[in-house]
Design a protein around this ligand. Structure first.
Ligand code: SF4
Length: 283
């Protein structure tokens, strides 16, 4: 079992080395009435952490804020500590804006930007919308990594403050989506169609898990759908890994992928090929 010391509300730092750091109970002291008010106004957000220097969460080098709370329960989730809102650090909106401001000039100079990820950022949609509004005013490129389920929570004007939507497509058919995440995906597909109508740039991501998501028909359906949207600039195949496994153990949640190996190089190439065959830029 992993023995990395776990931060407490007294010792925790807003910045983490990586989102794989286990963080729990950091917002437990916030009363439920304050949580409700925070969700309504966005004055306060709950964050796992900020990380710097990411090269995989959007174009260029990214400052990433990782939110807590998620409505899905993906079998392959590598950060199940972010499922629970109050596992995150309560961070006033102004404090989060200051954190981005610290890096703004560097992010602009390096053609990078700010990414809001999670968890699922749209679980805290007011905080997300206000933070994006402030970051956009700094002239910093903005991106959201989302499962898309609560996309309707953001207005068209709020979406205009997000330069790139990185949509984590879990599956295409409802049955497979429910198997992978525990939830249906009608709202996800509807959000994609809305982004397409608004001509908002998108990337698609797909986690390739042997025995769970390496299904050609699912990927072909996502690829055809993605192509039809006309706004998908890039598709990323993310190979499954076991880096988050220790969190499932520590949280004592049943983990169904205990024996699952990462996909082979051939399987990754095949998946990329499916998206390329549909005419998408896939890697
Ligand atoms: S949507 Fe993301 S954070 Fe939520 S359960 Fe799935 S992988 Fe985890």
């Amino acid at each position: 079992m992993e023995t990395v010391p776990q931060p407490t509300p007294e010792t925790v730092s807003l910045e983490a080395k990586s989102p794989f750091e286990m963080r729990v109970h950091l917002g437990e002291s916030v009363p439920d009435t304050d949580v409700r008010s925070a969700l309504k106004t966005g004055d306060l957000g709950f964050l796992h952490s900020f990380t710097t220097g990411s090269a995989v969460d959007g174009p260029g080098l990214r400052l990433v804020a990782w939110t807590t709370s998620c409505m899905f329960r993906c079998q392959y989730c590598h950060n199940p500590d972010t499922w629970t809102l109050k596992n995150g650090i309560p961070v006033p909106l102004n404090r989060a804006i200051e954190e981005v401001q610290k890096y703004a000039n560097g992010l602009i100079a390096m053609h990078g930007g700010f990414t809001l990820s999670g968890g699922e950022p749209m679980m805290q949609d007011r905080f997300a919308a206000r933070l994006f509004g402030a970051v956009k005013k700094m002239g910093v490129h903005t991106a959201i990594e989302t499962n898309g389920y609560y996309g309707e929570r953001l207005t068209d004007e709020e979406l205009a403050n997000i330069d790139l939507v990185i949509l984590d497509m879990k599956a295409f058919t409802r049955m497979q989506h429910e198997l992978v995440t525990g939830m249906h995906n009608e709202d996800v597909l509807e959000f994609c169609n809305r982004l397409s109508a608004l001509k908002r740039p998108m990337w698609l991501r797909y986690v390739l898990v042997p025995g769970l998501t390496d299904i050609p028909e699912e990927m072909e359906a996502i690829a055809d759908f993605g192509k039809s949207l006309g706004v998908v600039e890039r598709v990323e195949i993310l190979p499954f890994h076991q880096m988050g496994r220790y969190k499932w153990d520590r949280l004592d949640i049943e983990y169904k992928l205990e024996a699952t190996e990462p996909p082979t190089g051939q399987s990754i190439s095949n998946a990329i090929g499916i998206f390329q065959d549909a005419g998408l830029n896939a890697a």
